[in-house]
Design a protein around this ligand. Structure first.
Ligand SMILES: Nc1nc(=O)c2c([nH]1)NC[C@@H]1CN(c3ccc(C(=O)N[C@@H](CCC(=O)O)C(=O)O)cc3)C=[N+]21
Length: 297
């Protein structure tokens, strides 16, 4: 029996529709749109594509997209000066500095310069700390937030389930584990050094793969009926010469024969990441305006 396909594209579309209503409410109550400032340094083509989708999603939801494109040879001091201006600008609710940054920049230092209450990526150590201690003021990284949304939509209450997260990055693995813990899951964080990784994965009712290795998770690593969330977005050579295709961290064709439900790549977690960026921007905007954000946003 093939697994249920978790349609992230559809879930993201319906979330974005709801967010557009909230954005309209915000605009009507404050007389200004919620605004997201994006910063792109250099011309990495993949980053340019991602920024374009984020900007068009922002505008489509009735929010303002303020973009700053800086040349690849921008100094760190210049970037920090821009962040200071955006921090001080009352019309800016969210600041996103697209990663990766060019090599002359220290990404951790740049992120630490962002006002935590405008840090809609949730990458600032203050937001990581807030998430870790369960402070509702936390802005939570968009990708794990999107994964959690899909898990709850698929499974309902997650409490007591065993979740295995493969990957320990600050952007996905660690915050994902924190979110699952806050939902009362039993959480295992596995990684490249984990002994008997397939066996650990086989114990998971919820398996989140965020390692960045194409199709690493095989069908026989999956517990029958498990819910599998594939965070990987890996570009690999396609059958046709010169062409590429996207695959996840999970070998989809094998996994779908075993899992109860699974996200595809593309069309799974990726679209949810962008929807959650809009969500975080609206949350930040409401807080900054002293307004109560709608329940369940
Ligand atoms: N400061 C910062 N914040 C980020 O959130 C951030 C970043 N930097 N750097 C790059 C990564 C990557 N990322 C994605 C967002 C959407 C899709 C997405 O929508 N993917 C589609 C299609 C992808 C395609 O066709 O290439 C899908 O999975 O269906 C993917 C990846 C956000 N990132």
């Amino acid at each position: 029996m093939a697994a249920t396909l978790i349609d992230g594209k559809a879930a993201a579309a319906s979330l974005r529709e709801r967010l557009a209503h909230v954005a309209g409410f915000f605009r009507a109550s404050t007389g200004r749109p919620a605004a997201l400032a994006t910063v792109l340094v250099g011309e990495d083509p993949a980053s340019a594509v991602y920024i374009r989708s984020k900007r068009s999603a922002t505008a489509e939801a009735g929010m303002e997209s303020l973009h700053h494109a800086l040349p690849a040879d921008t100094s760190q001091a210049e970037l920090l000066a821009l962040i200071e201006r955006l921090n001080a600008d009352p019309a800016v609710d969210g600041i996103l500095v697209q990663l990766p940054l060019p090599s002359q920049m220290d990404a951790a230092l740049v992120i630490s310069a962002i006002d935590p209450d405008k840090d809609v990526d949730g990458f600032h150590v203050v937001n990581a700390g807030r998430l870790a201690v369960g402070d509702p003021a936390a802005l939570v990284p968009c990708t794990p937030l999107g994964c959690l949304h899909l898990l709850k939509a698929t499974l309902g209450d997650l409490s007591g389930r065993h979740a295995v997260v493969i990957g320990r990055s600050n952007i996905v693995g660690k915050p994902m584990a924190m979110l699952l813990l806050s939902e009362s899951c039993t959480v295992t964080i596995a990684h490249s050094r984990t002994r008997d990784l397939p066996e650990v994965c086989r114990s998971a009712g919820i398996l989140v793969a965020a390692v960045g290795r194409p199709e690493m998770v095989r069908g026989d690593w999956i517990k029958p009926g498990a819910c599998v969330i594939d965070v990987g977005i890996n570009r690999v050579p396609a059958n046709e010469p010169g062409k590429t295709r996207l695959v996840g961290d999970v070998a989809f064709a094998e996994a779908t024969e075993v899992a109860g439900a699974i996200t595809p790549v593309p069309g799974g977690v990726g679209p949810m990441t962008i929807a959650m960026l809009l969500r975080n921007t609206l949350v930040a905007a409401h807080r900054r305006a002293g307004l109560q954000a709608p329940e369940g946003l």
